[in-house]
Design a protein around this ligand. Structure first.
Ligand code: C5P
Ligand code: MG
Length: 166
């Protein structure tokens, strides 16, 4: 019988949302997108890195980002979310897994992000130790509907695949 603790593949999904706030920096996948508003949060509110981090933690069945980095802890105030993602990837490595690929979607009504796709994708790939060909970054509006569509929030979704190292 297959040893369930040593699954050859593990899939994980993550989702995150942050409120839009005037005057905050808009940081997506570690890239600063020039805009008159940004995302509110205890850390740098990088909704993409948070969703990918949760996807990695979910693949490992190790809970969620708030368990590992409580948003009440002073050390994570304005923290660079890259460290959350790299911590999760480190936990995967400790269990013998490496990331195989990431797919992700940022849902934001405006501004248009397509001019930043290359930079966000390259930065996420570098953060995850993956070639860019293994990293998908998609953008969607919310068709002016709901909190995202009304410009009150931004969401991100991610799926990751972990592979057991031979
Ligand atoms: O949401 P919708 O399907 O209308 O988005 C159309 C295209 O606009 C997307 O495929 C994406 O390339 C781009 N987009 C963007 N920045 C956003 C939302 C969408 O560049 N904030
Ligand atoms: Mg978050």
């Amino acid at each position: 019988m297959m040893n369930l603790a040593r699954l050859p593949f593990r899939v994980g999904q993550g989702w995150d949302t942050h409120r839009i706030e005037a005057g905050r920096p808009l940081i997506l996948g570690g890239i600063h997108v020039p805009c008159e508003f940004g995302l509110a949060g205890h850390s740098d509110a990088d909704v993409l890195f948070h969703s990918v981090t949760d996807a990695v933690l979910g693949a490992l069945a190790l809970g969620d980002i708030g368990m590992h980095f409580p948003d009440t802890a002073p050390e994570w105030k304005d923290a660079n979310s890259l460290q959350f993602l790299q911590h999760a990837i480190g936990l995967a490595a400790e269990q013998g897994y490496r990331l195989a690929n990431i797919d992700s979607t940022i849902i934001l009504q405006r501004p248009k992000l397509k001019d930043f796709r290359g930079a966000i994708r390259a930065n996420l790939a570098q953060a995850a130790g993956l070639p860019e060909s293994a990293v998908g970054v998609k953008f969607k509006t919310a068709e002016n509907v709901g909190p995202v569509g009304e410009g009150r929030s931004c969401e991100a979704q991610a799926v990751v695949l972990l592979v057991l190292q031979s």
